[in-house]
Every structure is written in C-alpha cells, then in structure tokens.
Design a protein around this ligand. Sequence first.
Ligand SMILES: Cc1cc2nc3c(=O)[nH]c(=O)nc-3n(C[C@H](O)[C@H](O)[C@H](O)COP(=O)(O)O)c2cc1C
Ligand code: SF4
Ligand code: FES
Length: 583
Amino acid sequence: MPGAFRARRGAVIFDDLRAIQLRYGFLPKAELEGLSQRTQTPLYQIHSVASFYPHFDLVPPPKAEIRVCADMSCHLNGACELRAGLERRFVNSRPDDVQIRDVSCLGRCDHAPAISINDHILTDVNAARAEQIARSAIRGDDIREPHPEQTRIACKADPYGENENYGVARKLVQSKAWDDVLAKLKAAELKGMGGAGFPTSLKWDLVRKQADPVKYIVCNADESEPGTIKDRFIMTNLPHLLIEGMIIAGLVTGAKRGILYIRHEYHFQEEILGEEIRRCYHSGLLGKNILGSDLGFDIEVFVSPGGYICGEESALIEAIEGHRAEPRNKPPFPGQIGLWQKPTVINNVETFINVPQILARGVDWFAAQGSGGSRGLKFVGVSGHVARPGIFEVPMGTPMRDVIFNHAGGVRSGRQLKAFAPSGPSSGYLPASMIDVRLDFKALAEAGSMLGSGAIVVCDDGTCMLDMALNAVRFYRNESCGKCVPCRVGSQKMADMLARWTQGGVPEPQYRADLALLDELSQAMSLTSICGLGQIVPAPIQSVLKHFRAEIDAHVLKSQCPSGICFTAASRAGEAQRVGIRP
Ligand SMILES: Cc1cc2nc3c(=O)[nH]c(=O)nc-3n(C[C@H](O)[C@H](O)[C@H](O)COP(=O)(O)O)c2cc1C
Ligand code: SF4
Ligand code: FES
C-alpha cells in the first residue's frame, strides 16, 4: 500500500503468532521459544499474550473444531438444541477428530444460530448441515463459506449518492477550517455511538489541544457485544464515509496516523475497507501529501486477535501495542495518554460516519433527521424472535414499537412480545409494556436502560427471563479479562447464583439471603470494577428482578418455570454440558 506506515511495533507479535499458527495449526512450544530468541522478548511475555486471546491455540486443534454461539440471539434461536444435536451426532467421535464448544457472539446475530467450524462461520445452521461440514473437515476437505451478498445497499446517511465521494475532506484540505468542524459537531450535539454517548467534539478538541506532535486516530470496529451488528452493515455499505470520518479526525486533531481496529470475524468487511483504503491512496486522499497539500494521514487495518474486552478503548490500545487486552485504569483517558502513550481519538464506526454527513449537509439537516426532538439517523440491529431480523436505518427517536413491528416484521410465528433488550445484555431487559420507549439516549436512560450500541434483541412470550439473565451473566463471566477481582470473581458468583435459581428448591430464607447478597455484589461490581464490563454485569438480572420478579420467585420457591424452559431434561443436559465453557 503506497505510503502506508508500518510502525506497528506491538502488532509484530501478533503477525508472528498468526504466521506460526497458520503454518502448524497451533503454536508449538519450540516455535514460541524460537520467536522469543529472535525478537529478544521474554518467553513468559509471549506466552502471556498467546494464552490470552481466543484466536490462538496452544495445543493442536482437532480436525473439526465446532464452536456454537451461546449468546442471546443464538440462544433465543435454538443454540442449546443445536449443540445438543451435534453432541449426539458426534458422540462416538475421537477428540482429535472433533470437539464441540460454546463460543461468544460471532457477529451474525441476524442469522442465528451461528456456529464456526475451524474458524469458518456458518449461519442459520441446523445440526444436519453442521455435521456434514464438520465431517468434510475431518476428511481434510476445505470448508467453503458462502460469500455474503455483494450488492451495496443505498443508505439515507450517504451524503454523496451518485456524486463524487470525499467532498468534505477535499474541501477541508483547502479551507483548513478545523475550528469550524469542531463547532459544527458541537452544534449538532454528535455523541459517540459505541455505547457511552460521549460528545465527539469534546473528545476531538481535547486531542487537538495536546502539544505532543504525535497523535493517533483509532476506529473501534470491534463490535462483539451480543446482538450488535450495525457496524458490520455500515462497513459493508458505507466504507467511504468511515474512511472519510477518520481522515477528517486526523486533519482536525493533527494526528497523522489512523488505525482501524476490526474484529477478526469480519473478513469480508476487512476486504472492503482494505480496498477502500487502497483507492484512497491511489487518488491521493491518504498518504504524506493529501491531494498535493502539506497535510498527511495514513490508515491501516488492525485485525483483532479476539475477545469482547478488546472493544473497551484502553484494552483495545493494549491489544494494538501487542499486550494482553486488559483495560487500563482511568484517568488518564486516551485523549491525553492513549496509544503508545500518545494522545488518541477513539471513536466507534457509526460516530465517524456521522461526521461527513453533518459537514456535507449541515447541522440543521442532521437535527431534522431525528424524530421527537432527537437528532440524526441511527443504525440498529434487530435480532431474536422477530420475523425479519436485520439492520435498519431509522430516525433517532423512533419508537421501539415501530422498529420492532414495522421494520423487523414483529414477533414471529404469531406469538406475543414479552420483553426486549434495547442494546444487548448491557441494557438489561424491558417488558413489552415499555414498547413505546423511543430510541434515544435520554429516553432509554429514563426507562432504566440505554441506547448503547443499538442491538435490539426481542423475546417472545415463550421466553424465560431468568434464563435470559443467566445467559447474559454467563457472557460477561466468559469475557471478563480477569484483571480485577470484583469482575473476575463477582461474575462467577453471580452466574452460580442464577444457575442455582433456575434449578429451584431454594428455601425461602436462603432466597432472601441470596437477594441481599446479589444487591451487595451488584453494588460492589458497579462501584469497584476497573472497566465497563464488570460495572454492567448486574444489569440483566437487576432488570429481570425489577420487571419479572414473579417469574424468578416461581423458579426459586416453587420449582416452576412459567415458560417451560427450565426444569426439563433438555435444560439439565444443557447445564451439564456447560461445565468448562471457558478452557
Ligand atoms: C467491555 C466493553 C466493550 C466495548 N466494545 C465496544 C465496541 O465493540 N465498539 C465500540 O465502538 N465501543 C465499544 N466500547 C466502548 C469503548 O470503550 C469506547 O467508549 C468507544 O469506542 C468510544 O467511541 P465513541 O465515543 O464513538 O462511542 C466498549 C466498552 C466496554 C466497556
Ligand atoms: S472489570 Fe472485568 S473486564 Fe474490566 S478490567 Fe476488571 S476484570 Fe477485566
Ligand atoms: S452471533 Fe450469536 S448472539 Fe451474535
């Protein structure tokens, strides 16, 4: 790639580890020792990194490694039954031929259930098809993933349409009106779309004001929370807006380098973005002298070695630097001390694509796109028990009823709505009675939830909400990086407690004590966990206690699951398999 920078000090270790894994299928000890000597890196450091990320295997994998996504959307779409069916089909197989394990969200929540076989993702899959593909992998045949739909979908968010792209960046290189950009983003009240909703103009201004001549722009395309699929859609359909947003961030803040951090399950989007970046270098929009000016900006793609925690901004920085993705204590924030200790802007994919929209069409246009006083357009992923799961572009402020019933086709199979998560496990669950809540930062916060990453997960009236709370807590427990005790131990304690509740037969005094302990644990985790993961673990069960308390009481005190999900032979078998989810 012409002009691309290669100062990826930390990334080198991942490149080396990937090369070894590609050659041997895993990371043999002798190879790690060789790498340690070659790079003068202590072996324990290499091992600590290699053992952290799910992408790397320290022991030889079986011929067919089947991983079944166990998270919300897949759980609602038969993942447990799928796994049980696969276990039956391979009951007599040798462990070096096939192994079946659960895995966290694969980013295909709109095509659940999803599985991966030897890292190839298969969607809308059933046990018979999965068996057929796994058996061909055991024979040594190549697995062919169906190639996703190539036709781009036109989006309202694209200010260019048939016109030449990158108009805003072209003008900005001429005008150098950096203050004007910040003023417009401020007037538009653009907030971060990665979950926390932090004002983008403040973040960019902070980095711009730092005296250090070296600064970075990072795009967070890690998108690993169950139900979250909107960035995948944006990167597929609006790659030019994302790259333009990053270029503008670089120009305004004075950063010369950008890194697009993408989850490794998004190969297709990685290709699209790689192609877009190459086109930009070719047409002079990236490189040392953008469009012949004295302004330079380079972008490279960094493929995540895996794990939900990598999406937390400081963990993501640690990953780029070649370390374990363990979040840093904050402050200092990345805007002051970020990547390689330099001031760094980190924004979500959707945040970046909002920037050229606002600058091309104006603040008034942006404000007018929302409904009910909200601003802008919003991409949401809808999955779970809906007739038409998918990603939809809607005005910010749209009532949830409209999103679920009009865009996503309503609850499927003629069933009733019971609950929905406005944004994956982090947002907790709201009951059907709150279906008119608007898709908006403030409205959802007032409803006791959050806009988060726009990952709407829908549950029909046959769903057990205690089971869903347990599913969410298990996700966090599995994905906790383990750096701090409240999250590492607390998430396990909470998962154990909820698992016990789903099995019933808890005496009332013990239940009361459990509830008190749960509150204490929730508070301790929210107040003392280092990062947002540990802080949010209590949200799903607290929301279920608030809105579906009678259902929990029935499980615990009467050993009854009103939805008929728990206390069945199948659910007991599923529980037995769960031991050792996380090796
Ligand atoms: C556990 C965890 C995972 C996260 N994952 C993502 C992610 O995948 N994508 C993202 O943009 N933000 C994610 N975030 C939020 C980021 O830390 C950060 O706030 C965000 O990238 C900032 O961008 P924004 O201001 O544009 O929202 C995550 C936060 C936590 C605590
Ligand atoms: S809260 Fe959890 S994920 Fe975050 S640093 Fe602590 S252990 Fe790691
Ligand atoms: S792919 Fe299974 S929950 Fe996302």
